[in-house]
Design a protein around this ligand. Structure first.
Ligand SMILES: [Zn+2]
Length: 417
């Protein structure tokens, strides 16, 4: 399947379809940098698909930080007025409670997948899964600041390489259960054809707006951030939403605690796990037109109804497999999304916002924990080995096994025979 994605990318290149419009390379008030200008008419397809009660409940409980949503959405008896572009308003009519009109979307929920003859052997048959190995790794790891140098063995720990290694193991395991799998990235290179220098004109505008002199190190750093943290993820979203169109996306990450100087990193005793579903938009984020648009698209596609139970199953299996305790957020940009599962938080990330299907965004393992470091040094191996006094699977196989088991349980239970 990796080859197919490569072919699709080549088609993209062959058509010479630009990755960015000139407008995206300019600062636009009320829009995130590099965001695609939303087409609000797309939401017309969702008229009378969502009942008023569900609309309000999901905004209040999942998508909005406190009552922030009320600053941009006004709810009436039969409709809501939503702030679109500038001062424009979109009127969304609610469904009558008995409406069975299905919202348009490219992905299928577990209950919409075709029936399976052998649920035990192939619980994922026909399921389309995109695996997004977080970050880039390789020569880019240092720029991404997802890298540190181990003290004793001198092994470099690069998040973008660990995620790709995990993705490749996971791909085989999911295919063995019948899934069709695509790797959004299959090498230690960015998915975008653009490079930091392409973002310099925009970086100059960003720095000027902050009252900074646009040159030297700040200019280089800002161009790099626009390249790897913003555009690279938006490019992956474009491939996911317009080419792969999967039923779910698995975003693989490894967590870390502040390690200071990457050449002489601080190791920490803490080690933990959490998963992030999309939600908890702040008032500031809701002032951005693209944020409002993506929130509405997810809400109207009923993405959360699939995303939450799917994440719950994966979180449970990952907790059992890794034995890790939950990470506890102390900031207000994330909140617990499920009273029954302490591992799941709702947080508004670029990746779980702009991928228009259910996303499982995983943050297991603290990379600068000494035991995790030893496991990275040990590399990949079969069966178990003693590491830090415990018999352990290889780090990436344990990760892949946890995710696979979560998906196996979820789809075995939720889809039709
Ligand atoms: Zn990460």
């Amino acid at each position: 399947m990796a080859l197919l994605v490569a072919a699709l990318l080549l088609i993209g290149k062959g058509c010479n379809r630009p990755e960015l419009t000139p407008e995206q390379l300019t600062l636009r008030p009320g829009l995130s940098t590099l965001a695609i200008q939303p087409d609000w008419t797309e939401l017309e397809d969702y008229q009378q698909t969502i009942p008023r009660r569900i609309f309000i409940e999901q905004l209040s409980k999942i998508y909005s930080q406190d009552e922030a949503w009320r600053s941009v959405i006004e709810v009436h008896e039969d409709y809501a007025d939503i702030r679109g572009r500038g001062k424009e308003r979109l009127r969304l009519r609610f469904a009558k409670t008995n409406s069975r009109k299905k919202p348009p979307r490219y992905w299928r929920s577990a209950s919409e997948l075709p029936g399976v003859t052998n649920l035990k052997k192939a619980p994922l048959s026909g399921l389309r899964i995109a695996i997004d190995p977080g970050h880039i790794g390789g020569q880019w790891a240092q720029m991404e600041e997802r890298w540190y140098k181990g003290k004793r063995e001198g092994t470099d720990v690069k998040e973008g390489e660990l995620t790709l290694a995990t993705a490749k193991v996971l791909e085989r395991k999911l295919e063995a259960l019948g899934a069709e799998v695509w790797l959004v990235r299959d090498k230690l290179e960015p998915v975008t054809n653009l490079r930091p220098a392409d973002f310099e004109p925009l970086a100059i505008q960003v720095l000027k707006q902050r009252g900074m002199k646009p040159g030297g190190i700040p200019l280089r750093k800002e161009s790099e951030v626009l390249f790897y943290r913003s555009h690279e993820i938006r490019r992956r979203a474009q491939i996911i939403n317009t080419e792969i169109k999967p039923d779910i996306v698995l975003c693989l990450h490894f967590n870390a605690e502040a390690w200071g100087n990457p050449g002489s990193p601080q190791l920490v005793a803490r080690n933990h796990l959490h998963l992030l579903i999309n939600g908890t938009y702040s008032a500031g984020e809701l002032r951005l037109e693209d944020n409002r648009f993506h929130l509405l698209k997810r809400l109207l596609q009923r993405t959360h109804d699939e995303e939450l139970p799917l994440n719950r199953a994966v979180a449970e299996a990952m907790a059992e497999e890794t034995g890790l305790p939950p990470y506890i957020y102390t900031t207000n940009n994330a909140r617990q999304a499920d009273s029954n599962n302490r591992y799941i938080y709702a947080r508004n990330l670029l990746a779980n916002r702009v991928y228009h299907c259910p996303v499982v965004f995983l943050e297991p393992y603290v990379m600068n924990n000494p035991e995790v470091y030893q496991r990275v040094v040990a590399g990949d191996y079969s069966n178990k080995r003693e590491i830090a006094g415990k018999m352990r699977k290889s780090l990436i196989r344990e990760y892949a096994d946890g995710v696979t088991e979560g998906l196996r349980r979820y789809y075995s239970q939720a889809r039709r025979q």
